[in-house]
Design a protein around this ligand. Structure first.
Ligand code: AMP
Length: 125
């Protein structure tokens, strides 16, 4: 079920539980600002999620309210994770779903990193 990204943050969501260590993840990177782990249902040979440690429903509230250090931290981490996964030479895609039209399902901001094969057109027509 797509979520409503205008709702307040609900800390029972699955990524909040991963951040609290209540359920496991296949971690690839972490630092003070972010956690990155493999998507449980990969759509490409490389499909990694990068999430801020802070409580943000989506890109919308993150971009509006997060401190600059967290915005810089997430941005740098996405680049590093992609680089460390060896994706730069062939290329990769970064995607954030926000709200119902995008199909966002988890109400904690996450950036998808896709790579490892030609990724096709940007959107289905
Ligand atoms: P979105 O549709 O942008 O909200 O994407 C949510 C993503 O989270 C999907 O690609 C799911 O496969 C992924 N996902 C859901 N639960 C988990 C989990 N426990 N560990 C890793 N990825 C997950």
């Amino acid at each position: 079920m797509p979520i409503d990204a205008t709702q307040p943050y609900d800390d029972s969501n699955i990524f909040a539980r991963i951040l609290r260590g209540e359920i496991p993840s296949n971690k690839v990177y972490e630092d003070d600002n972010v956690l990155a782990f493999h998507d449980i249902n990969p759509l490409a040979p490389v499909h990694i999620l990068v999430i801020p440690r802070g409580a943000y429903v989506s890109w919308d509230d993150f971009s509006e309210t997060a401190p600059e250090v967290e915005i810089a931290g997430l941005t740098r981490a996405v680049g590093k994770v992609a680089r460390d996964a060896g994706l730069v030479e062939r290329g990769y895609r970064v995607l954030a779903n926000v709200g119902p039209d995008s199909g966002q399902e988890v109400p904690h901001l996450h950036l998808h990193i896709f790579g490892g094969r030609p990724l096709g057109p940007m959107l289905a027509r």
